[in-house]
Design a protein around this ligand. Structure first.
Ligand code: GUN
Length: 295
């Protein structure tokens, strides 16, 4: 039997309504409008699309959206000056510096210039450490979105075997922490792991975040497993066009899995919603208001 398709778009649309309602209440009761700043350096086409979608969603929800664009050859000093100015601007509650940055720029130095209270991607060492300590208010957006989908489609994951393939700061590391906090038995795998297919075949929850098109094969999937595909890869579709595929061979995995996220339409939409939720939390925290529980 083919797997249940996890409809991240529909879940995100429902959560978006809730966030918009809380935002309207905040405005009416406290005159507070959450502000989200996006910073885009260069003109990577995928990053341009992601940032445009984030800005559009922020505006549709009722946030103030501030956008800073720098050329691909912007200097480290220019970028740091922008990030510091946004960190000091009281109308900006959340700052997102779209990654990856052009190679000549030092990502760690940029994160160090970012006020952790406004770090809605939860990438600064402060927020990564708070997550490790189980005390985070701001949690990385894609891992948070994945946990919401698991909550909706699987329910309690205590005791389940979860495999995370990929160990990035943006996804793999925080995802493993969140799965662990939800009492899963977590294995982290990566490009140097031995016998990935063998590890995958044990997983009740398989999370792929490696950035390699259709890397995870159908016969790696444990029958009935939940497959979460975090990859968004642009591959040639002929005619100078491209199409998006995930890190999992979707057609084959769908025949074996119990539930699976499609690409697009799975995890991606949830990432943006969690970014909005983080911005809401950051705005309330910076204004001395109780933290909302919109999700
Ligand atoms: N690049 C790909 N995904 C993300 C994300 O969630 N946040 C940022 N800042 N950059 C990204």
């Amino acid at each position: 039997m083919a797997a249940t398709v996890i409809d991240g778009k529909a879940s995100a649309a429902r959560l978006r309504e809730k966030i918009a309602a809380v935002t309207a209440e905040l405005k009416a009761a406290h005159g507070l409008q959450p502000g989200l700043a996006t910073v885009l350096v260069g003109n990577d086409p995928a990053s341009e699309v992601y940032v445009r979608n984030k800005r559009k969603t922020a505006e549709a929800i009722g946030f103030k959206s501030i956008h800073v664009e720098l050329p691909a050859d912007a200097s480290q000093a220019e970028l740091l000056a922008q990030v510091k100015a946004l960190s000091a601007d009281a109308s900006v509650h959340g700052i997102l510096v779209q990654l990856p940055l052009p190679k000549h720029l030092d990502e760690a130095a940029v994160l160090d210039a970012l006020d952790p209270a406004k770090d809605v991607d939860a990438l600064t060492p402060t927020n990564a450490g708070l997550l490790l300590s189980g005390r985070a208010h701001l949690v990385s957006c894609t891992p948070a979105g994945v946990m919401l989908l698991l909550k909706e489609y699987v329910g309690d994951i205590a005791g389940k075997e979860a495999l995370v393939i990929g160990r990035s700061l943006l996804f793999g590391k925080p995802a493993a922490q969140l799965l662990l906090a939800a009492n899963a038995t977590v294995t982290m795998a990566h490009s140097r792991s031995r016998d990935l297919p063998g590890l995958a075949r044990r997983a009740d929850i398989l999370v792929a975040a490696i950035g390699k098109p259709e890397f995870v094969k159908g016969d790696w999937i444990k029958p009935g497993a939940t497959v979460i595909d975090v990859g968004i890869n642009r591959v040639d579709a002929g005619d100078g066009k491209y199409k998006l595929v995930g890190d999992v061979d979707y057609a084959a995995a769908r025949e074996v899995a119990g539930a699976i996220t499609p690409v697009p339409g799975g995890v991606g939409a949830m990432t943006i919603i969690c970014l909005m939720h983080n911005t809401l939390i950051a705005a309330c925290a910076q204004s001395g208001l109780p933290l909302p529980t919109a999700l």
